[in-house]
Design a protein around this ligand. Structure first.
Ligand code: KG4
Ligand code: ZN
Length: 345
């Protein structure tokens, strides 16, 4: 089954063609330059940019897949969660294409997509990565920090999430205070790689001693803000890499500590980690060290274009939905606060 998938949940206009777990094409137009000067995503600008680009990106995704429209069996689209007016662009386009080419429609949860992204394969079916449930999974991005027990295809149990800012958002806010631009996660990573002493400042680790699997990063950001206010501009600039590294360490320490709690609570030793922050090499190393302790494994998306927002992950999720006959009607609506729930039959 060949699926054309669309994701316009935030600031990437993304269209892909997939077949099962195989990616036939995966086009991502990032609007990051457009939003950069505002220090964050501006929904109205995102909507307009999606509208301007979507037709061209759909055409390119079909062309790069080497398929014709008659070879496409279904249209999938992200229904939520995400920015309401941005989601709307993709959903309207998906409905229009489904009607025009007479294809069934599948409304997909973006969070499920981030989980399935680790099982994406290239057109030759690599990597093979057999799927053996359950997985203790995490989505770590600019919008989400969630623990999900992935019990089976389309079967999930939410274990915990952030009570305020997401991990990527925390890194972005800290980066902004350091003058690193937006988004800052990757810049913080590069700065942290340059220092020998990774955590000289020892900023607070939020929620480390709470018994649940929730996160809260706003307190860490507040203490970082007040710390920077106390030191001179010169001191800040001289020690910028040490500050970035210490902040990153506080965020990742919290994530790894909570992940270990989650392993102990669930008894599940195999991990699946998706979302933009999972591109971070140091964080990957920390996860690998953690699972080694429990003789488990950890899967991340294999290529950078699958850690952040993309439509291939939506197409792969849609394949499982289609197998279960979970098609949508042409009346689907955006669901900006969509939760991850089990939908298998
Ligand atoms: O998944 P994503 O592309 O978009 C959503 O938020 O849905 O994630 C973007 C987030 C941003 O906060 C960005 O700073 C962070 O991922 N990020 C990173 C890295 N690359 C992107 N954080 C840490 N290290 C990285 N290498
Ligand atoms: Zn995302």
């Amino acid at each position: 089954m060949n699926i054309l998938a669309i994701d316009t949940s935030c600031d990437e206009t993304a269209v892909a063609v997939t077949n099962g777990r195989k990616i036939l094409s995966n086009i991502i137009y990032s609007q990051v330059l457009l939003h950069q000067k505002w220090g964050g995503v501006v929904p109205s600008l995102a909507k307009r940019a999606h509208e301007e680009r979507i037709d061209g990106i759909v055409a390119l995704a079909v062309k790069k897949s080497s398929l014709q429209w008659e070879d496409i069996d279904a249209i999938a689209v992200t229904q939520g969660p995400g920015l309401a007016i941005a989601l709307g662009v993709g959903i309207s386009k998906a409905k229009e294409l489904a009607q025009k080419y007479n294809k069934p429609l599948l409304g997909i949860n973006h969070l499920e997509g981030h989980l399935y992204s680790v099982f994406a394969q290239n057109s030759k079916g690599k990597p093979e990565r057999e799927i053996v449930f359950p997985y203790l999974s995490m989505i770590i991005s600019g919008g989400h920090t969630e623990f999900i027990l992935w019990k089976n295809h389309l079967e999930y149990e939410m274990l915990g999430s952030t009570l305020d800012d997401a991990a990527g958002e925390a890194l972005d806010k800290a980066g902004k205070l350091l003058g690193l631009g937006y988004p800052a996660g990757a810049v913080v990573e590069r700065l942290a790689e340059t220092v020998k002493q990774s955590d000289p400042y020892e900023f607070p680790r939020p929620m480390l001693h709470s018994k649940d699997l929730n996160f809260s990063f706003s307190g860490l950001n507040t203490s970082f803000y007040y710390f920077l206010k106390k030191i001179s501009e010169e001191e800040k600039n001289t020690n910028i890499a040490l500050l970035a590294s210490s902040f990153q360490e506080a965020v990742f320490d919290t994530i790894i500590h909570k992940a270990e709690d989650a392993i102990k609570k669930t008894g599940v030793h195999n991990l699946v980690i998706g979302g933009g922050v999972s591109a971070n090499k140091y964080l990957r190393k920390r996860f690998r060290t953690l699972v080694k302790k429990y003789s488990g494994i950890v899967y991340f998306p294999t290529i950078k274009s699958l850690t952040g927002d993309n439509a291939a992950m939506i197409g792969i999720t849609a394949w499982k939905k289609a197998e279960n006959g979970l098609f949508s009607t042409n009346t689907i609506e955006r669901e900006p606060r969509m939760k991850i729930i089990s939908t298998c039959k």
